[in-house]
Design a protein around this ligand. Structure first.
Ligand SMILES: Cc1ncc(COP(=O)(O)O)c(C=O)c1O
Length: 387
């Protein structure tokens, strides 16, 4: 008999690391498997964190984050969306991922259901499973206007014991972006049914038709059961910093502080100075990275779309392509084969929830020459393996 809880014993390693771990750091691999590019964080952000260390900011910070960073997040959100966010709604958990985990822990336990709008990044499923809740999925589908899902399909998938719904827009891996009227309809449902909506907006600045994706922040009231999760990893190229923010109902602020005590007792202090610099002076970086991602997206479309076995819907946001390879039997065997024979790292579709075993995900945030080379090699592999 195991001393581990059953929920922990049965957790699955995600398919991305399952493929990547044996070859991680191998310089002969073109790594399109993880959600990051190869650009190092901008100098002025690194300098701000270095300065903080040199000035002695090596102590604990407030468990909901330094006040000056929370104020900076509030100001940034006000500016971006034309709002006046109550500062008590903003907390800095450390990483956005930790923000999702804490949100899930706030409401879920054994006997509950959590509903995920898929395809979805696999860590989300595990963050829900750790609570003991049962997890179910409702899937976006291919349409003439790209990836799409009707809100009525999400609502129909809700069970009597559903206590949380997870929506990630712009979506990893499909690039789907939820429209404001769809957000409104879902929010009203969650409000009525008192279901916690976790709105993962980590890719809010990675959109290809504007400055920012539509946000639940623009419509959520302080008394709504909604946590909007976002962060620095993607738009400012700060994946290794493990820093993000959440906007939650202000009445939960004290609960958030208590939970944070037992997860990390607050985010790393000097990292928060880098985050402040990113918000204060980082708009140019955000725009440049977005432009780089946009070109990466164009390269993917140009190279993959003409192939007769590939079905590719152009992503509206995030920085992934999620192509279907017609006739694929196993996305895991495919990703492992591409790695072994062509030295390109991609993520197998199966790990993004049910219905995705004919798909693979690649990240187009890498520099363009490497990306081109990686894509050519994937096609070469497909042509060598017709069945
Ligand atoms: C959909 C989604 N949510 C959350 C995260 C976590 O972001 P962070 O690095 O800020 O923890 C990621 C990272 O890839 C992601 O793709």
């Amino acid at each position: 008999m195991s001393v581990l809880r059953e929920e922990i014993e049965t957790l699955q390693q995600n398919g991305i690391t399952r493929v990547a771990l044996p070859r991680i750091g191998d310089p002969s691999v073109i790594p399109l498997w993880f959600g990051e590019g190869d650009a190092v964080t901008a100098d002025f952000i690194r300098e701000a964190a270095k300065r903080a260390i040199d000035e002695g900011y090596t102590f604990y910070s407030h468990t909901r984050g330094r006040q000056d960073l929370r104020d900076a997040v509030k100001k940034y959100l006000d500016r971006l969306y034309g709002l006046d966010v109550d500062p008590d709604r903003v907390s800095i958990p450390g990483s956005s991922m930790l923000g999702i985990t804490i949100s899930a822990q706030m409401v879920l336990t054994t006997g509950h259901n959590a509903l995920i709008v898929g395809p979805v990044w696999p860590n989300i499923e595990n963050a829900y499973r750790v609570t003991g809740a049962e997890v179910s999925f409702v899937r976006q589908h291919a349409s003439d206007r790209g990836w799409a899902i009707d809100v009525s399909d999400i609502i129909d998938a809700v069970k009597p014991n559903t206590k949380s719904i997870f929506v990630n827009s712009p979506c990893n891996p499909t690039g789907w972006v939820m429209k404001p009227d769809e957000q409104r309809e879902l929010l009203e449902f969650c409000r009525k049914r008192e279901i916690l909506l976790i709105a993962d907006e980590v890719y809010h600045r990675c959109v290809y038709g504007g400055e920012a994706a539509p946000s639940f922040l623009s419509i959520a009231r302080d008394d709504d059961p909604v946590v909007i999760v976002s962060g620095f990893s993607k738009a400012w190229a700060m994946t290794g910093w493990r820093i993000g923010w959440v906007v939650a109902p202000s009445r939960w602020a004290s609960r958030w502080a208590i939970l944070a005590e037992c997860f990390n007792t607050g985010a790393t202090t000097f990292v928060q100075f880098g985050a402040i610099a990113a918000l204060a002076q980082g708009e140019k970086v955000v725009a440049e990275l977005r432009e780089q991602y946009r070109k990466g997206r164009d390269i993917v479309t140009e190279i993959l779309s003409p192939h007769p076995r590939i079905e590719l819907l152009e992503p509206e946001g995030a920085f992934y392509a999620f192509p279907r390879v017609k006739g694929l039997k196993s996305s895991l065997a495919f990703a492992q084969g591409v790695l072994e024979e062509e030295n390109v790292g991609i993520a197998p579709g199966y790990t993004f929830g049910p219905g995705n075993d004919e798909y693979f995900r690649l990240c187009f945030a890498q520099s363009h020459e490497r990306l081109r080379e990686g894509l050519q090699r994937v096609l070469r592999y497909i042509d060598r393996h017709p069945g």
